[in-house]
Design a protein around this ligand. Structure first.
Ligand SMILES: Cc1cc2nc3c(=O)[nH]c(=O)nc-3n(C[C@H](O)[C@H](O)[C@H](O)COP(=O)(O)O)c2cc1C
Ligand SMILES: O=C(O)C(=O)c1ccccc1
Length: 426
């Protein structure tokens, strides 16, 4: 592992360069607006990433939940030397930060998932590859380089297919599995409905499957590493499909078969978990947990941890804010004890945008947070370099915020919840 980076120096580099930051702003909301502008003639991909479920209230609640807690900074403490690294599953990570799994990245940039995986790998931050990625398992694994590789599973109906995907992910060096539970069917998303656009229907999220021998054998085809092109125009894809263009027709039809395998409205049960637990030997985390009872059930069914998440407010509208759920789950003495013993790991996502957000999540009991939309805006605006810029900004903000709070390390924050935070929703 390289010498610890001084993440806080990122701002100084910008000032010395006398040039605005790479993407024009280091503010996530600005990047969202810049992406909207860039995609104004083809708004589907922007609507897809920026939108939430139904009225959008849970997406807003996720952000508001952070405001319910405030950090109480301490002065005159020796925090010149700090360490924002953490250890997860016996591996040292540079920061308590990972990439959330995001499907269909090929709709945002020509390099798709490869750009994000390369940026993650060079930073040494875990990249979570989605089941509905736009590139194959082998391609993403290579792009991660020496960085940690996590794999996210949307649970296929066929056990044979599940076993095939998991064994290929393991063979490609993915060593942590996130099993997403909150998307047995995709939520009601008005923005996607209004633009009549989802990437699945255009063949941008089937590459894990089209490279899979079991899936392709069921369709009487050989596995392929090919992927859909960029730039693309969904109207051209539709027109080609309707006119019977055989290549496009095959891509879209296979993509529809993928949907019929998962996110298809067939809901699984806790009993079904035994198969995934038996099939995946490494750490297994359940993504989408929002209450204490389900965290305990996760433990009882042999999961090694959870990702407290509401999918960035994209699934159940009106759901509890994810940070509020985190606080309730980690206040439970059984969860806390298992975390301390190292037998259960609690990660968090949905709404993380800044360094202070990360400090709050850690103080409330998360061991690492995942970041979703912010890096996608970086990808859409600047490919690999754009993703790198977004993540470096968040890490710099985290390191500086840790110092200004008067703490030296992430574990100090984790152990001192009552000292670090006060409840105050002004
Ligand atoms: C465009 C997009 C695609 C996503 N695709 C997946 C996916 O394939 N699998 C998954 O488990 N979660 C997926 N998510 C949810 C993220 O993993 C994560 O839970 C969420 O984005 C976190 O909230 P944030 O965007 O506010 O950081 C997706 C989110 C977005 C924005
Ligand atoms: O949009 C999502 O949140 C998501 O999980 C997904 C589902 C299918 C394809 C791409 C992304």
């Amino acid at each position: 592992m390289a010498a610890a980076e001084d993440w806080s120096s990122y701002g100084g580099q910008i000032f010395r360069s006398r040039k605005p930051p790479l993407l024009g702003s280091v503010v996530v909301d600005d990047l969202e607006a810049l992406m909207k502008e860039k995609f104004k003639d083809n708004p589907g991909p922007y609507n897809f990433v920026a939108g939430g479920a139904s009225t959008g209230v849970t997406q807003v609640t996720n952000r508001k939940a952070f405001n319910r807690w405030k950090i109480v900074p301490r002065m005159l403490r020796d925090v010149t030397k700090r360490d924002i690294s953490v250890t997860l599953f016996d591996r040292k990570l540079p920061a308590p930060v990972a990439f959330s799994p995001v499907g269909a990245q090929g709709i945002f940039h020509e390099d798709g998932d490869l750009a994000s995986a390369r940026a993650a790998g060079k930073l040494g931050i875990p990249f979570s590859m989605s089941t509905v990625a736009s590139r194959s398992i082998g391609q993403v694994a290579e792009a991660c380089g020496t960085g940690p590789r996590w794999f996210q599973l949307y649970w296929p109906e066929s056990d044979e297919l599940t076993a095939s995907i998991l064994s290929r992910a393991e063979a490609a060096g993915f060593d942590v599995l996130l099993l997403t539970l909150d998307t047995m069917r995709v939520g009601w998303r008005p923005r996607d409905l209004n633009s009549a656009y989802v990437p699945m229907a255009h063949g941008y999220s089937a590459q894990v499957f089209t490279a899979d021998p079991v899936f392709m054998a069921k369709n009487n085809l050989p596995p392929t590493e090919e992927h859909a092109p960029f730039p693309y125009n969904p109207h051209e894809v539709d027109a080609a499909y309707l006119s019977g263009d055989p290549a496009i027709k095959q891509r879209v039809d296979l993509s529809l078969h993928v949907i019929s395998q998962m996110t298809n409205g067939v809901f699984r049960s806790w009993e079904d978990m035994a198969f995934v637990r038996k099939t995946w030997k490494g750490p297994l985390l359940l993504k989408g947990i929002q209450c204490v009872e389900d965290a305990i059930l996760a433990m009882e069914h042999g999961a090694n941890g959870i990702v407290v998440s509401n999918h960035g407010g994209r699934q159940l509208d009106g759901a509890i804010g994810s940070l509020t759920a985190l606080a309730r789950i980690c206040a439970d003495p059984r969860v806390r004890k298992a975390q301390q013993l190292g037998t259960f790991t609690v990660l968090f996502d949905s709404g993380v945008r800044s360094g202070s957000d990360i400090i709050k999540a850690i103080a409330l009991g998360a061991q690492t947070v995942l970041v979703g939309r912010p890096y996608v805006y970086g990808l859409a605006l600047g490919g690999e370099a754009g993703v790198d810029a977004v993540m470096r900004s968040i890490l710099a903000d985290l390191d500086i915020s840790l110092a200004l709070s008067g703490y030296k390390s992430i574990s100090e924050i984790w152990h001192k919840r009552d000292e670090v935070l006060v409840e105050d929703d002004t």
